[in-house]
Design a protein. Structure first.
Length: 211
Protein backbone atom coordinates (compact mmCIF):
# COMPACT_ATOMS: atom_id res chain seq x y z
CA UNK A 1 0.00 0.00 0.00
CA UNK A 2 1.50 3.38 -0.95
CA UNK A 3 2.50 5.83 1.76
CA UNK A 4 0.44 8.72 0.46
CA UNK A 5 1.74 11.28 2.95
CA UNK A 6 5.51 10.96 2.48
CA UNK A 7 7.13 9.42 -0.62
CA UNK A 8 4.41 9.88 -3.22
CA UNK A 9 4.06 13.67 -3.36
CA UNK A 10 7.76 13.80 -4.30
CA UNK A 11 7.19 11.14 -6.97
CA UNK A 12 4.35 13.14 -8.51
CA UNK A 13 6.35 16.37 -8.34
CA UNK A 14 9.16 14.66 -10.22
CA UNK A 15 6.75 13.27 -12.81
CA UNK A 16 5.43 16.77 -13.39
CA UNK A 17 8.71 18.68 -13.17
CA UNK A 18 8.76 19.14 -16.95
CA UNK A 19 5.00 19.67 -17.01
CA UNK A 20 3.92 21.79 -19.96
CA UNK A 21 1.56 24.58 -18.97
CA UNK A 22 -1.60 25.17 -20.99
CA UNK A 23 -1.88 28.72 -19.70
CA UNK A 24 -0.78 30.89 -16.79
CA UNK A 25 -3.69 29.77 -14.61
CA UNK A 26 -2.85 26.06 -14.87
CA UNK A 27 0.72 25.86 -13.62
CA UNK A 28 2.32 23.73 -10.88
CA UNK A 29 1.09 26.13 -8.22
CA UNK A 30 -2.48 25.44 -9.36
CA UNK A 31 -1.85 21.71 -9.03
CA UNK A 32 -0.45 22.10 -5.52
CA UNK A 33 -3.41 24.23 -4.44
CA UNK A 34 -5.85 21.64 -5.81
CA UNK A 35 -4.01 18.93 -3.87
CA UNK A 36 -4.30 21.02 -0.69
CA UNK A 37 -8.01 21.69 -1.30
CA UNK A 38 -8.56 18.00 -2.01
CA UNK A 39 -6.84 17.01 1.22
CA UNK A 40 -9.10 19.27 3.28
CA UNK A 41 -12.24 18.01 1.54
CA UNK A 42 -11.12 14.38 1.86
CA UNK A 43 -10.75 14.76 5.61
CA UNK A 44 -14.11 16.52 5.91
CA UNK A 45 -16.02 14.08 3.69
CA UNK A 46 -14.31 10.80 4.57
CA UNK A 47 -13.14 10.08 1.02
CA UNK A 48 -10.34 7.65 0.09
CA UNK A 49 -7.08 9.62 -0.05
CA UNK A 50 -5.38 6.84 -2.01
CA UNK A 51 -7.78 7.70 -4.83
CA UNK A 52 -8.06 11.44 -4.36
CA UNK A 53 -4.38 12.24 -3.89
CA UNK A 54 -2.98 10.82 -7.15
CA UNK A 55 -6.01 12.13 -9.03
CA UNK A 56 -5.40 15.63 -7.66
CA UNK A 57 -1.71 15.58 -8.55
CA UNK A 58 -2.31 14.26 -12.06
CA UNK A 59 -5.61 15.89 -13.02
CA UNK A 60 -3.91 18.25 -15.52
CA UNK A 61 -1.07 15.96 -16.59
CA UNK A 62 -2.03 16.25 -20.28
CA UNK A 63 -2.02 19.77 -21.65
CA UNK A 64 -4.50 20.78 -24.36
CA UNK A 65 -4.61 24.49 -25.32
CA UNK A 66 -7.94 26.26 -24.91
CA UNK A 67 -8.01 26.95 -28.64
CA UNK A 68 -7.68 23.27 -29.55
CA UNK A 69 -10.72 21.32 -30.81
CA UNK A 70 -9.59 18.55 -28.42
CA UNK A 71 -9.92 20.77 -25.37
CA UNK A 72 -13.02 18.93 -24.10
CA UNK A 73 -11.04 15.68 -24.28
CA UNK A 74 -8.23 16.93 -22.03
CA UNK A 75 -9.47 15.27 -18.83
CA UNK A 76 -9.98 11.92 -20.59
CA UNK A 77 -6.46 12.11 -22.03
CA UNK A 78 -5.09 13.03 -18.61
CA UNK A 79 -6.91 10.10 -17.02
CA UNK A 80 -5.34 7.65 -19.47
CA UNK A 81 -1.86 9.07 -18.96
CA UNK A 82 -2.27 9.07 -15.19
CA UNK A 83 -3.27 5.42 -15.12
CA UNK A 84 -0.20 4.52 -17.21
CA UNK A 85 2.10 6.39 -14.81
CA UNK A 86 0.47 4.88 -11.75
CA UNK A 87 0.75 1.35 -13.16
CA UNK A 88 4.43 1.96 -13.84
CA UNK A 89 4.87 3.11 -10.24
CA UNK A 90 2.99 0.13 -8.76
CA UNK A 91 -0.04 1.98 -7.46
CA UNK A 92 -2.65 -0.51 -6.20
CA UNK A 93 -4.42 -1.80 -9.31
CA UNK A 94 -7.81 -1.84 -7.60
CA UNK A 95 -7.73 1.96 -7.23
CA UNK A 96 -6.87 2.83 -10.84
CA UNK A 97 -10.35 2.84 -12.37
CA UNK A 98 -11.68 5.21 -9.70
CA UNK A 99 -8.63 7.45 -10.03
CA UNK A 100 -9.19 7.60 -13.78
CA UNK A 101 -12.88 8.41 -13.32
CA UNK A 102 -12.11 11.20 -10.85
CA UNK A 103 -9.70 12.80 -13.32
CA UNK A 104 -12.11 12.46 -16.24
CA UNK A 105 -15.03 13.94 -14.29
CA UNK A 106 -13.21 16.90 -12.72
CA UNK A 107 -13.38 18.98 -15.90
CA UNK A 108 -16.05 21.67 -16.27
CA UNK A 109 -16.01 21.47 -20.08
CA UNK A 110 -16.08 17.66 -20.29
CA UNK A 111 -19.49 17.50 -18.59
CA UNK A 112 -18.92 13.99 -17.16
CA UNK A 113 -21.13 13.01 -14.21
CA UNK A 114 -19.29 12.29 -10.96
CA UNK A 115 -20.14 8.76 -9.82
CA UNK A 116 -18.00 8.50 -6.68
CA UNK A 117 -17.31 10.58 -3.59
CA UNK A 118 -13.67 10.84 -4.62
CA UNK A 119 -14.62 12.28 -8.02
CA UNK A 120 -16.87 14.80 -6.28
CA UNK A 121 -14.02 15.80 -3.95
CA UNK A 122 -11.59 16.35 -6.83
CA UNK A 123 -14.12 18.30 -8.88
CA UNK A 124 -14.91 20.55 -5.93
CA UNK A 125 -11.21 21.00 -5.09
CA UNK A 126 -10.44 22.11 -8.64
CA UNK A 127 -13.42 24.47 -8.83
CA UNK A 128 -12.56 26.08 -5.50
CA UNK A 129 -9.30 27.23 -7.08
CA UNK A 130 -11.37 29.27 -9.55
CA UNK A 131 -13.02 31.20 -6.70
CA UNK A 132 -11.93 33.67 -4.04
CA UNK A 133 -8.78 35.77 -4.21
CA UNK A 134 -6.83 33.10 -6.05
CA UNK A 135 -9.60 32.60 -8.59
CA UNK A 136 -9.82 36.33 -9.23
CA UNK A 137 -6.04 36.59 -9.70
CA UNK A 138 -6.07 33.63 -12.10
CA UNK A 139 -8.91 35.20 -14.11
CA UNK A 140 -7.13 38.53 -14.47
CA UNK A 141 -3.82 36.87 -15.28
CA UNK A 142 -5.34 34.63 -17.94
CA UNK A 143 -7.31 37.49 -19.48
CA UNK A 144 -4.11 39.49 -19.87
CA UNK A 145 -2.27 36.48 -21.31
CA UNK A 146 -5.02 35.98 -23.90
CA UNK A 147 -5.11 39.72 -24.67
CA UNK A 148 -8.77 40.16 -23.81
CA UNK A 149 -10.20 43.54 -22.92
CA UNK A 150 -10.62 44.06 -19.19
CA UNK A 151 -14.32 44.97 -19.37
CA UNK A 152 -17.03 46.18 -21.74
CA UNK A 153 -16.71 49.98 -22.03
CA UNK A 154 -20.45 50.67 -21.90
CA UNK A 155 -21.74 47.84 -19.72
CA UNK A 156 -18.89 46.45 -17.58
CA UNK A 157 -21.18 44.44 -15.29
CA UNK A 158 -23.38 42.68 -17.84
CA UNK A 159 -26.52 44.53 -16.76
CA UNK A 160 -28.06 44.79 -20.25
CA UNK A 161 -26.18 42.14 -22.22
CA UNK A 162 -25.14 38.51 -21.91
CA UNK A 163 -21.55 38.04 -20.69
CA UNK A 164 -18.93 37.15 -23.29
CA UNK A 165 -15.68 36.03 -21.71
CA UNK A 166 -14.08 35.40 -25.09
CA UNK A 167 -13.81 39.19 -25.39
CA UNK A 168 -13.96 40.64 -21.85
CA UNK A 169 -12.06 39.31 -18.84
CA UNK A 170 -14.51 40.63 -16.25
CA UNK A 171 -17.34 38.80 -18.02
CA UNK A 172 -15.77 35.48 -16.99
CA UNK A 173 -16.84 36.14 -13.41
CA UNK A 174 -20.47 36.42 -14.53
CA UNK A 175 -20.34 33.75 -17.22
CA UNK A 176 -18.69 31.03 -15.15
CA UNK A 177 -17.30 31.83 -11.72
CA UNK A 178 -20.53 32.96 -10.06
CA UNK A 179 -22.20 29.75 -11.26
CA UNK A 180 -19.68 27.38 -9.67
CA UNK A 181 -21.13 27.68 -6.16
CA UNK A 182 -24.26 25.90 -7.40
CA UNK A 183 -22.29 23.03 -8.94
CA UNK A 184 -20.40 21.90 -5.84
CA UNK A 185 -20.99 18.27 -4.94
CA UNK A 186 -19.81 18.01 -1.32
CA UNK A 187 -21.11 19.82 1.74
CA UNK A 188 -17.67 21.06 2.75
CA UNK A 189 -17.00 22.16 -0.82
CA UNK A 190 -20.27 24.11 -0.93
CA UNK A 191 -19.49 25.91 2.32
CA UNK A 192 -16.08 27.01 1.10
CA UNK A 193 -17.49 27.98 -2.30
CA UNK A 194 -20.04 30.26 -0.62
CA UNK A 195 -17.23 32.01 1.26
CA UNK A 196 -15.06 32.43 -1.80
CA UNK A 197 -17.94 33.53 -4.04
CA UNK A 198 -18.81 36.26 -1.55
CA UNK A 199 -15.30 37.63 -2.04
CA UNK A 200 -15.94 37.86 -5.80
CA UNK A 201 -19.21 39.68 -5.20
CA UNK A 202 -17.44 42.13 -2.91
CA UNK A 203 -14.83 42.72 -5.60
CA UNK A 204 -17.54 43.46 -8.16
CA UNK A 205 -19.24 45.86 -5.75
CA UNK A 206 -15.94 47.69 -5.28
CA UNK A 207 -15.39 47.78 -9.03
CA UNK A 208 -18.81 49.39 -9.47
CA UNK A 209 -17.71 52.17 -7.13
CA UNK A 210 -14.55 52.78 -9.14
CA UNK A 211 -15.56 52.40 -12.79
Amino acid sequence: MPDTDSRWPAVFSNLLQNHSVADAAHDMQHIRRVVANARRLTLAEGADWEIVMPAAWLHDCVVVPKSSPQRKQASRLAARQAVVWLEENAWPHGKLAEIGHAIEAHSFSAGIETRTLEAMVLQDADRLDALGAVGLARTLMLGAEMKREFYHPEDPFCEDRPPDDSVYTLDHIYQKLLTLEGTMKTESGRKEAVRRTEFLRQFLDQMKDEV
